[in-house]
Design a protein around this ligand. Structure first.
Ligand code: GLY
Ligand code: MN
Ligand code: MN
Length: 432
């Protein structure tokens, strides 16, 4: 059962229904159960958009929501034989009564039922482009429905992705609570591992420690594959092999977050495996931290959601210039994006049910402005690859600092602040 009550999901459906054309329907599909290999599946994880409007965590399900707010769930029939193997199923009556849908049908009958229900309607909304097979089903149902109503106009197919993404952008108080838990579990895990690492431990050792700390604190799954990157592996942004030695004197970059109640946290800290930054490591670290702090300040009500990006580019460019990495003027560095040699990803992303929350950054061609209870990661980084046009002593240093930021009425709250971020605080924690 979801951490949230069926009434929360009912309220979200009521909100979504308001934005549909009259005499129209929204159709959403659950995730599929995914094969890992042969007959072994990955643990089931519900599609976040589907979950957001249903709270229902079974595969092979479809939600149909009418513009009048009437909800219909299509799901699997209860099957006592299958329950002996895979566990409890809500079944059709269970889903309707327990999760408070207005109607419920067997998913096996959906192809016959949907065209009848949508015939003569104005528009069908769906998350066009997210699931080709489901898109094709919808097109087939619309074609069938149109053929049943030859004397009426054709049904429009509309993309509801931005509208639902915008609804998901502003977190309800109950979502913020789950995010707080997720962030605090991940922050405590980072702290605990940082206190206990020692020279001689490998990337794999650290990964195991993080996953164990998440689980000990109530989170079964990480919210993405952790990145545990020693030395120059940190310059590979999506490094997930996590199987190399970490040498004395090297930094390790750990990007690891967990899931709690399906809400994600996403934290990166970069620290010396021996507990003490070298002068080069600290010099770059301080530039990243300055960019991080300035970008966090830019996440405030009324600012564009792209303002932290611009602020971080400026701060990192200034820092790279001060370090002597770039010789050009600040304007030229920014205009020609020369900083991208060392800072080659974006400042962050929306976070919530998905670590990269499925929410827009633009609406109707305009940058979205921060509002209270939006949540974004702030994660600037500097990475000095072997190919960089710079003295060798800097090479192989990769640093990112990432926190999860909640926009508040008067500024922001750093939900992951309990894990230290300054070089001094990190050394103090590690050497304590
Ligand atoms: N952990 C993925 C990211 O930071 O975006
Ligand atoms: Mn992130
Ligand atoms: Mn991350």
């Amino acid at each position: 059962m979801s951490n949230l009550s069926p009434n929360h999901f009912k309220a979200r459906r009521a909100e979504a229904a308001k934005s549909l054309d009259k005499n129209s329907f929204l159709l959403l599909s659950s995730s599929k159960s995914l094969i890992r290999n042969n007959d072994t599946t990955f643990p089931f994880r519900q599609d976040s958009n589907f979950y957001y409007l249903t709270g229902f965590e079974e595969p092979e399900s479809v939600l149909m929501l009418s513009s009048e707010g009437e909800s219909t769930i299509f799901c699997r029939k209860k099957n006592p034989d299958l329950e002996k193997w895979d566990g409890y199923m809500y079944g059709i009556e269970g889903a309707k009564d327990i999760l408070k849908f207005d109607n419920a049908y067997d998913i096996a009958d959906i192809t016959n039922i949907v065209p009848e229900l949508i015939r003569g309607s104005k528009s069908i909304y769906s998350l066009v482009g997210k699931d080709n097979a489901f898109d094709n089903n919808i097109i087939g149902w619309i074609t069938k429905a149109n053929s049943l109503e030859r004397h009426q106009g054709n049904i429009d197919l509309k993309n509801y992705s931005n509208a639902l993404g915008y609804q998901r952008l502003i977190k309800g108080d109950e979502e913020v609570e789950l995010m707080r838990n997720s962030c605090e579990i991940a922050a405590q895990a980072h702290k605990e591992v940082m206190k206990n690492v020692q020279v001689g431990m490998s990337e794999f050792d650290l990964e195991s420690m993080y996953l164990n700390e998440f689980r000990k604190r109530g989170s079964r799954f990480p919210s993405y594959n952790p990145i545990v990157a020693g030395g120059k592996n940190a310059c590979v942004l999506h490094y997930i092999d996590n199987n190399q030695a970490i040498n004395d004197g090297e930094l390790v970059l750990v990007d690891a977050g967990c899931e709690y109640g399906l809400y994600a946290s996403d934290i990166t800290r970069t620290y010396p495996i021996n507990g003490k930054f070298s002068s080069e490591q600290k010099a770059i670290y301080d530039v990243v931290l300055e960019a991080h702090d300035q970008a966090c300040e830019a996440a405030r009500v009324g600012n564009s959601c792209l303002e932290p990006q611009r602020v971080s580019e400026r701060a990192i460019s200034q820092g790279l210039k001060d370090l002597g990495f770039l010789k050009e003027s600040l304007d030229e560095i920014l205009d020609k994006q020369l900083f991208r040699e060392y800072y080659y990803h974006k400042i962050g992303h929306w976070i919530g049910l998905d670590v990269h929350d499925d929410c827009p950054y633009f609406l109707d061609g305009n940058e979205i402005k921060f509002e209270k209870n939006m949540a974004m990661t702030i994660e600037p980084g500097i990475y000095v690859n072997d190919s960089a046009p710079i003295d060798d002593r800097w090479k192989g240093i990769g640093i990112r600092i990432e926190d999860d930021i909640l926009v508040t009425e008067n500024g922001h709250e750093n939900l992951t602040a309990s894990v230290p971020s300054s070089a001094d605080q990190i050394e103090e924690l590690m050497l304590s």
